[in-house]
Design a protein around this ligand. Sequence first.
Ligand SMILES: *Cc1c(COP(=O)(O)O)cnc(C)c1O
Length: 420
Amino acid sequence: MKKSPKFDPATRIQNSFHGGSFGDVNPEITDSATFMFAKGADMTATFHGEKEGCFLYSRHWNPTNLNLANALAAMEGTEAAWVTASGMGAITNAMLQLVGAGDHIVASPTVYGGTFAFLKNYLPKFNIEVTFVDSTKPAAVEKAIRKNTKFIYTETMNNPMLRIADIPALSRIAKKHKVKLVVDNTFTPMIFSPARLGADIVVYSMTKFINGKNDCVAGAICGSKEFINSLIDVNNGTSMLLGPVLDPLRASSILKNLYTLHIRMKQHSHNALYLSKRFKEIGLKANYPGMSEHPDHKLMVRDMNAEFGFGGMIAIDLETAEKANFMMETMQKKGVGYLAVSLGYFKTLFSNSGKSTSSEIPEEFQKGMGLSEGLVRFSVGLDNDIENTFALIKESFELTQKKFAGTSTRATKTKAKARK
Ligand SMILES: *Cc1c(COP(=O)(O)O)cnc(C)c1O
């Protein structure tokens, strides 16, 4: 049997740029809001989307943004992409382009807190209904689809439980019911290529791994040429009219960081797998999709681009928020990393999900997804000496265990009270 050629997002990015107009090895930064036309007729045609290759106004397209968008489309294997000023800008614009009043969405409840809040609190203002269904259960997702459903929404690797969605199965369901499948791949760029697995639209917060420098917020929408053009249609394109365009100065710096994404992803994954194995040895309850006991390990192995590893995210359960806070403060003092939200940085970042990035998700949903109040999410850094990092985490864990020894967890406390 002939092996199909490997999909290589990193090489595709490297090959997406062919030099600037002066032989520049990095694309020029086009620092312009507006663009001149030699002929009035060309301006009219560009304005009406009838002519390609001309730039009109930077809220629509800017050459620097186009270079970054082309690299992202190459990475995803989509026809086109468009870059936004934040991940939420990408997510909300992609969604609003697909729905109108009276429409319906099937979405996973285990999504980024801001995405959840938009679906739960914001869209109902426009009479758009959302049914939340665990996207790791494709049969339940299919059951929730109605006549007026426009799309299914999920994250590839979800936040913060690190469950993996079966994108091919969800794609089959979406196609069968003629709805779109929109996937947030922020946690796993390069590791998963959701469009290759059947997603129609892939969205990113580039703030995280893609840029990897924590110096700005940014986002991206990858999809068909038709969809991207519809977003920036001057008459009714959501992005053209709401205007969350990325600044070209930032687009330029993000593109340069994108060129090293493959190396960073491999190192994040290497370090996270190492830590997960060592955590297990010291009895620290860790959740990492690279471990064979993770419920979606096999699924991930089936669908991933293996060379990039299982990603940089680990979730550990310290049972109570007090314990989690003490452990995080201790790790920060010892130099393990920073007690901060966000992910994909060169330093390890940790936060207590239930009280921070997932706090928009109501408690009943948090419980349903198994989110303990003591859950600490790690975005493992690019540490060269990960053994030393582990040693510092181990010391922090031992100090935490010692401090809380004898104090029962909340659950046993309530039980004790009930017995009295
Ligand atoms: C951070 C994040 C977002 C939001 O992106 P911003 O760049 O902060 O607007 C969306 N989805 C996921 C999975 C994220 O981690």
